[in-house]
Design a protein around this ligand. Structure first.
Ligand SMILES: [Zn+2]
Length: 312
């Protein structure tokens, strides 16, 4: 039976029909609005609590695998995963070219690409090689320092509110970012004002109502990151939120990732540790553990959207 929380108003549609969808820990719940389908974490961590995790440890969290909950955030070893991530990003940059009807080999002009939540710059690196003029925004000061030590790309340390409001970008990307934002609805409106009329928004986030997401439910790692994940979208609720912010969805596709087999098994061990132990023992020859494989568990989506003509 659904347990309703009529004292809570939906942060998107303001109706008071949320119910508990997943009880994650004793204190942490993911609630869902019965009217618009949005899901969010309740109670929300304070801004101070959120900022606590965004430092160097976010990209190299040694306790990622061995804790039951409160250390499950960030990445175990983000730098180690760079090439695999960039392999996926390259295909996404190809798709951006295709949607912009751009031929990167003959393009004289360099279109501008804004990467929101640019992390250590992996996506900007790929977009740059695709012939874009890149600009990043990142509020983790450690990440900004790391980018500045390695690349010459301009990065704004802070939020999109710190960007020049007169600037226009052909591509705006948010990869694994929207679920972390304090006000994703207002930020998507602001980004609508920063995109050029023929521009493109690329938004990657969890697909919280896909069949596998519903089957795995609250055991899914994305749901358990209560230190950082604040909002969860389905294809329908994401479309509604984007439309309300002046965007028109062009396409939504399921995205997978390329993992080193051993890292993939370590992640699966978050759900079934014993099975993984047996598998690791059985896999032979051992170098197979270093092989890269592509997996698409259908728990993540990439949304492509265009600014709606006539503004908001
Ligand atoms: Zn709602």
């Amino acid at each position: 039976m659904k347990q309703y929380l009529p004292e809570l108003a939906c942060p998107f549609c303001a109706r008071r029909s949320p119910f508990i969808r997943y009880q994650i820990t004793e204190q942490h719940r993911i609630v869902k609005c019965e009217d618009c389908g949005l899901m969010w974490l309740h109670p929300r961590p304070s801004l101070e609590e959120l900022h606590e995790i965004y430092d160097e440890g976010y990209y190299h969290n040694e306790e990622f695998y061995d804790s039951a909950g409160s250390k499950l955030y960030g990445y175990y070893d983000y730098l180690y995963e760079r090439l695999n991530k960039q392999y996926t990003y390259q295909k996404m940059a190809d798709r951006a070219d295709e949607l912009l009807r751009r031929d990167r080999h003959h393009d004289q002009e360099k279109p501008a690409w804004l990467d929101v939540g640019c992390g250590l710059g992996f996506l900007m690196d790929v977009a740059f090689d695709h012939g874009y003029r890149v600009h990043g925004v990142e509020f983790n000061p450690y990440a900004v320092q790391a980018i500045e030590a390695k690349y010459t790309f301009p990065v704004t340390c802070g939020s999109i509110h710190d960007l020049d409001p007169g600037e226009r970008y052909q591509v705006i990307s948010l990869f694994d970012v929207i679920e972390h934002l304090d006000d994703p609805f207002g930020d998507l409106k602001l980004l609508r004002n920063l995109v050029s009329d023929d521009g493109l928004l690329m938004l990657q986030t969890m697909d919280s109502e896909s069949l596998p997401s519903r089957i795995i439910g609250k055991r899914l790692e994305d749901f358990r990151r209560f230190r950082e994940h604040l909002y969860f979208f389905s294809r329908q609720s994401m479309t509604r939120v984007l439309e309300a912010a002046g965007w028109e969805v062009v396409d939504i596709v399921s995205v997978g990732h390329t993992f080193q087999l051993e890292m993939l098994l370590d992640r699966v061990a978050l759900y079934t540790p014993r099975l993984v132990k047996v598998l690791k023992f059985l896999i032979w020859p051992k170098w197979l553990l270093a092989a890269n494989i592509y997996v698409n568990p259908h728990t993540k989506m990439m949304v492509y959207a265009r600014p709606r003509a006539g503004g908001q």
